[in-house]
Each structure stands twice: as structure tokens, then as C-alpha cells.
Design a protein around this ligand. Structure first.
Ligand code: G3P
Length: 194
């Protein structure tokens, strides 16, 4: 039991590392929370700081989830990687190191999935890019990809993944409620580079 608590706290701390804030402050001397959507995530980093910074934040946010979910295996225990990974997603979304105002859970959730099923992660990346190509909305692509992940987990007949992708997808949709309003109002920004 104690090991679960230690992993959960470590995963939360890992998730709490605010990559977008760090990249903005260290590399560009600006606080990304004061620009664009104000969100501490990869999308807002791409939007404000460009491709290089956006890619760094994307990879860092994914790796936070992957590393957290890998902790049980790295330390040779039977703790569930998906449950430990959830704490990294919570850290990313409500970060201890950024006044509990973080991102919208997409990249770090993907990282947790990557640790457990690279196949499902690959399906999610393809789904995300395809929907983005069609709709040009990052937020919509993130939410629909969550639903694709749930359906794919069911097809793969992986009970743990079905449960975790369902929980994460509901959480991702909850975190995107302002984006949903903007999509309905037709004020959500579309990407222009794809
Ligand atoms: O899916 C994440 C993203 O779409 C939300 O970012 O900055 O557009 O609110 P933002």
C-alpha cells in the first residue's frame, strides 16, 4: 500500500512540472499564461512560441505521463501503471508548481497510454492527425481522439484500458468545456498550417 502512495505522489510531482511555463520563461522570457488561451499546454505553446517550442512541450508532457506510468515496472512492483499514470495527469492539470492551473490533460494522458500500449498510442496519434486535418480544431481532435481510444480499447479487449480511457476522455472533455462553447459559437481558433 505504501508503495502505491509513494508512486502516486511521485507521479503527481512529475505531472506538476509545467513544461509550457518553463519553456516560455527559460527560452523566450515570457509567461505563456498571459498569451493566447492562457493554457499551460502544447497547443498554446505552438500558438505563441512556434513549432520548436511546441514540439518540446508536446514531448515533455507526453514523457511525464509515460515515466509516471512506468514507475511500477521500473521498481519491479505490481502496482497498476494506469492508476499511477492518472496521478501524473492530475499533476499536469492541477500542478503544484504553477498555482494548480495547468493544461487540459491531452498529451500527458497520451503518455500514460504509451507506457501501457504503444499500439493504442499510435492509433490515437493517427486519429488526432486525421481529425485535425479534417476539422482544423485541436480541441475537437483531442476530444474525438479520446472517444476513438475508448472504442479501440474495447476492440483490443483490454479492460484496464477501457476503464482508464473512459475516465480520461470524460476528464479531457470536462477540461475542454470553454473550447466546446467556442466551437459552438464559431470562435474557436483553427490551425492554419495543415
Ligand atoms: O486539446 C488541447 C487544446 O486544444 C486546448 O488548448 O490553448 O486551444 O485552449 P487551447
Amino acid at each position: 500500500m505504501m508503495i502505491y502512495v509513494i508512486f502516486a505522489i511521485t507521479a503527481y510531482m512529475l505531472g506538476s512540472i509545467p513544461s509550457a511555463l518553463l519553456v516560455g520563461k527559460v527560452g523566450y522570457n515570457l509567461d505563456i499564461r498571459e498569451y493566447g488561451s492562457g493554457n499551460l499546454g502544447a497547443t498554446n505553446t505552438f500558438r505563441i512560441l512556434g513549432i520548436k517550442a511546441g514540439l518540446i512541450v508536446t514531448v515533455a508532457d507526453i514523457l511525464k505521463g509515460t515515466l509516471a506510468a512506468a514507475l511500477p515496472v521500473l521498481f519491479g512492483t505490481t502496482a497498476d501503471p494506469l492508476i499511477i499514470g492518472l496521478f501524473a495527469v492530475l499533476g499536469h492539470t492541477y500542478p503544484l508548481f504553477a498555482k494548480f492551473k495547468g493544461g487540459k490533460a491531452v498529451a500527458t494522458s497520451g503518455g500514460v497510454i504509451l507506457a501501457v500500449s504503444p499500439l493504442l498510442f499510435a492509433i490515437m496519434v493517427l486519429s488526432f492527425l486525421l481529425i485535425l486535418k479534417i476539422t482544423k480544431y485541436v480541441s475537437l481532435s483531442s476530444m474525438v481522439t479520446g472517444i476513438v481510444a475508448v472504442i479501440s480499447s474495447a476492440i483490443l479487449q483490454h479492460v484496464g484500458l477501457i476503464i482508464i480511457t473512459s475516465v480520461l476522455t470524460l476528464f479531457v472533455i470536462y477540461r475542454h468545456r470553454t473550447n466546446i462553447k467556442r466551437i459552438l459559437n464559431k470562435t474557436e481558433p483553427k490551425i492554419t498550417w495543415m
